[in-house]
Write a protein that binds this ligand. Structure first.
Ligand SMILES: *[C@@H]1O[C@H](CO)[C@@H](O)[C@H](O)[C@H]1NC(C)=O
Ligand SMILES: *[C@@H]1O[C@H](CO)[C@@H](O)[C@H](O)[C@H]1NC(C)=O
Ligand SMILES: *[C@@H]1O[C@H](CO)[C@@H](O)[C@H](O)[C@H]1NC(C)=O
Ligand SMILES: *[C@@H]1O[C@H](CO)[C@@H](O)[C@H](O)[C@H]1NC(C)=O
Ligand SMILES: *[C@@H]1O[C@H](CO)[C@@H](O)[C@H](O)[C@H]1NC(C)=O
Ligand SMILES: *[C@@H]1O[C@H](CO)[C@@H](O)[C@H](O)[C@H]1NC(C)=O
Ligand SMILES: *[C@@H]1O[C@H](CO)[C@@H](O)[C@H](O)[C@H]1NC(C)=O
Ligand SMILES: [Cu+2]
Length: 584
């Protein structure tokens, strides 16, 4: 009886396992669907040891990490449990070929999901790499709606480098005031600035007024006594000596540009935004919001000690302290703090340091090369402006104010009244002095679309300029949806077509989805408009985007078929949808 019972039990367990497996992972002909049911809700959390309200997923902050293999289909059924606002999730770095309605941009690719409703995000992850997902409605990213999306190489494929283990570091910044305080301040006259973040977070964990590094600073910060199970306790990275680890590092900050360094260890850069780069060694690295990198780190230091991993703010003069965690060499030394102080973040305005890092990034040999020529050049001037006394950011004098009907549906169904049908300007006034504050600082709101011919090659020159205050020009990391682009070059001052185009790197420019423009400088990029859909291109600093710093590209929308009703159920497409349902 005992023997049979055990066998029966095993069969039952095996069946249950099979059923469980089938529910979450459907395998058919070598391609896997990974199925998730997510609920987004506000909840109490202590990301930096101080309780706040955060936007979480299934009771977690940051949201659950998705791991998949290249070629898999991700299927997320997202339910909005926010009660008072809509929600969407953008899959940052995923190109959404054939599924432009799943890009998760409110007013662009879909209608915001109403409280209580569920939206099906079903899309293919076709390229291995380190990606992120995050809210793309209002300022929900700032409220904490984000997580990691990691795509491993497909079955039988290999990465072009070796490693023994890996860690994932998702970097963000955190304020004690609510996202509503932030947003209302930005939209007020006079403008009210929330100020710099209180805390930097690594995997959603930071320590406020309780510095891990207090032993090494002469300021009044207190040393922490953390048991290790707190929500704000740092995630210590356990490593073995003489091994190589891959650190996947992504920044989803609202505002801060960051620098990361590991005490006593060098890093070898191998991946940027899901694209392989020519490996190069660094002692520290800059990372802007929306970017991701993989670095290899070899544990070749004295194994009786532990080492700090630190991140600090670049490009803004802040009081925000470094965020720290530990590289822990031996299980017995878990509680041992490093003897050496944490690496020092380069001075906030040492832009040469940042530029020298950016200029070291090239595509791995054998990567796709850009077309030799472009069919269209669009120059985008980035300015800070006023509209009726409200502070805004504008591109070629237009501050993006999104329409109530998402473009994908309104363009597909030719609902011409849904947005401004005039093409936005391709350039700015020739006599505009990018080194001085605007003479007439007024601009206007707009929601026009750059209509790109399908498959054309587009060059975009991002031109930075002086903001409203004298001698001030800020960093802006620009992110393109639906594509990777080649970074052809960076330069100082005003872009000169004659002089600067000759210097474009067409030999081994890195492919990316996010790139920075430095203060008073320009950045040139090239992409092929080969992905039918409507795609946002915008500054990844959340307040800047919210204040209008973005443009919209559309291409081949006539080839987009089967947009799900779920994505269209608002604005003018919603009305059209209602009419059709009545007729049926
Ligand atoms: C930091 O902590 C100390 C001691 O716990 C406390 O006296 C001080 O008020 C705190 N500072 C802030 C800004 O919370
Ligand atoms: C902190 O004080 C010590 C002496 O007490 C000094 O040697 C060290 O340079 C100081 N560190 C900083 C960061 O000011
Ligand atoms: C690690 O490598 C170094 C140098 O190759 C060697 O001296 C040391 O014994 C190694 N340590 C372990 C734990 O294998
Ligand atoms: C800008 O707009 C404001 C009104 O919002 C107006 O008072 C001001 O004169 C305008 N400036 C210029 C240079 O036109
Ligand atoms: C922006 O618009 C204002 C007023 O409409 C104009 O005076 C100014 O020259 C424009 N700026 C640029 C850069 O075109
Ligand atoms: C665009 O390019 C794709 C291949 O990348 C091709 O299948 C398609 O026919 C092209 N469409 C046009 C309109 O050129
Ligand atoms: C702005 O920078 C220039 C050049 O560095 C300098 O001559 C000028 O004094 C600065 N103006 C202000 C207001 O800081
Ligand atoms: Cu910006």
């Amino acid at each position: 009886m005992g023997f049979l019972g055990l066998r029966e039990l095993l069969v039952v367990v095996w069946c249950i396992l099979l059923i469980l497996l089938c529910c979450s992972i459907e395998i058919s002909f070598g391609s896997t669907t990974r199925h998730f049911k997510w609920a987004v809700e506000y909840m109490f959390w202590s990301p930096d040891c101080q309780e706040s309200v955060v936007m979480g997923i299934n009771g977690q902050f940051p949201g659950p990490t998705i791991r998949a293999q290249a070629g898999d289909t991700i299927f997320v059924q997202l339910t909005n449990k926010l009660h008072t606002e809509g929600v969407v999730i953008h899959w940052h770095g995923i190109r959404q070929r054939g599924t432009p309605w799943a890009d998760g941009t409110a007013s662009i690719s879909q209608c915001a999901i109403n409280p209580g409703e569920t939206f099906d995000y079903r899309f293919k992850v076709d390229k291995a790499g380190t990606y992120i997902y995050h809210g793309h409605f209002g300022m929900q990213r700032s409220a904490g709606l984000y997580g990691s999306l990691i795509v491993e190489v497909g079955e039988g494929e290999k990465e072009p480098f070796h490693y023994d283990g890996e860690f994932n570091l998702l970097l963000s910044d955190w304020w004690h005031q609510s996202v509503h305080d932030q947003e209302v301040g930005l939209s007020s006259k006079p403008f009210r600035w929330i100020g710099e973040p209180q805390t930097l977070l690594i995997n959603g964990r930071g320590q406020f007024n309780c510095s891990l590094a207090a032993h090494f600073s002469n300021t009044s910060t207190n040393a922490c006594t953390l048991r290790g199970d707190e929500q704000c306790a740092p995630q210590v990275l356990p490593v073995l000596p003489n091994r190589t680890y891959r650190l996947r590092i992504a920044s989803i900050t609202t505002l801060a540009s960051l620098n990361l360094a590991v005490g006593n260890h060098k890093m070898v850069m191998v991946e940027a935004d899901g694209n392989y780069v020519q490996p190069f060694e660094v002692e520290d690295m800059d990372i802007y919001s929306g970017e991701s990198y993989s670095v290899l780190l070899t544990t070749n230091q004295d194994q009786s000690k532990n080492y700090w991993i630190s991140i600090g703010v670049r490009g803004r003069k802040t009081q925000t302290p470094q965020a720290l965690t530990l590289l822990n060499y031996s299980p017995t030394s878990q509680s041992k703090l490093p003897i050496l102080p944490p690496p020092i973040t380069p001075t906030w305005n040492d832009y040469d340091h940042s530029k020298s890092f950016s200029n070291k990034i090239f595509a791995l040999m054998g990567s796709p090369k850009p077309p030799k020529n472009s069919d269209r050049q669009i120059i985008l001037l980035n300015t800070q402006n006023y509209i009726d006394g409200y502070i805004k950011w504008a591109i070629n004098n237009i501050s993006l104010l999104l329409p109530s009907t998402p473009y994908l549906g309104s363009i597909k169904y030719s609902l011409k009244s849904a947005f401004d049908n005039k093409n936005p300007p391709e350039n700015f006034a020739n006599d505009y002095d990018v080194m001085k504050p605007p003479i007439n600082p007024n601009s206007s709101n707009g929601n026009g679309v750059y209509m790109l011919g399908l498959n054309i090659t587009v060059d975009v020159i991002l031109q930075n300029a002086n903001a409203l205050a004298v001698n001030v020009s800020e960093i802006h990391p620009w992110h393109l949806h639906g594509h990777n682009f080649w970074v052809l070059g960076y330069g100082e001052g005003k872009f000169s077509a004659n002089k600067d185009e000759k210097k474009f790197n067409l030999r081994n420019p890195p492919l990316r989805n996010t790139v920075v423009i430095f203060p008073f400088g320009w950045t040139a990029l090239r992409f092929v408009a080969d992905n039918p859909g409507v795609w946002a291109f915008h500054c990844h600093i959340e307040p800047h985007l919210h204040m209008g710093m973005g443009v919209v590209f559309a291409q081949g929308v006539e080839h987009v078929n089967d947009i799900p009703d779920q994505a269209l159920a608002c604005g003018l497409t919603g009305k059209r949808f209602m009419k059709n349902t009545k007729q049926n």
